[in-house]
Unconditional design. Structure first.
Length: 144
């Protein structure tokens, strides 16, 4: 009678639990990386016009979804967004100047005002833009 020799080879590959643990860790790390990247978009100075566009559109979306009234105040080269009287975000005006707004003025964004058109003129890199803010967000074009 012959006995078959049992070969104990080395394990090849990973177990399902090991793969799941690695995927969970990667998911958690990528969540933090994406959220910090989203916060840095508002603060970049390389494209102020694009950043300003995202800033305004964020608060238009917030108003449409939640029904809150957002106040955008122009103070000391900044735009301060306030919801329910509390400051939520500040946007620095590096290369943007406003023709129609004086500092201390504010734009009120609520669902009623978005049905109408809010007009806002500004200068960016020595070029004048005219913009409108409505339900579709902010839309701007160069003045001739």
């Amino acid at each position: 009678m012959e006995f078959k020799r049992v070969k104990h080879g080395l394990q090849q590959g990973f177990t399902l639990i090991e793969i799941l643990v690695v995927l969970i860790i990667v998911g958690i790390i990528s969540t933090f990386a994406i959220s910090s990247f989203n916060n840095s978009i508002f603060n970049r100075n390389d494209n102020d016009l694009n950043s300003f566009n995202k800033f305004i559109n964020y608060y238009i979306d917030h108003t449409l979804i939640s029904g809150d009234t957002v106040y955008l105040e122009f103070k000391n080269q900044n735009i301060i967004a306030k919801i329910n009287g509390q400051k939520t975000k500040t946007y620095s005006l590096n290369n943007l100047n406003f023709e129609t707004q004086t500092f201390g003025d504010q734009i009120i964004i609520n669902q009623n005002s978005l049905y109408n058109t809010i007009r806002l003129n500004f200068v960016y890199n020595n070029e004048t833009y005219k913009s409108i803010i409505n339900l579709n967000g902010i839309d701007y074009e160069k003045k001739n």
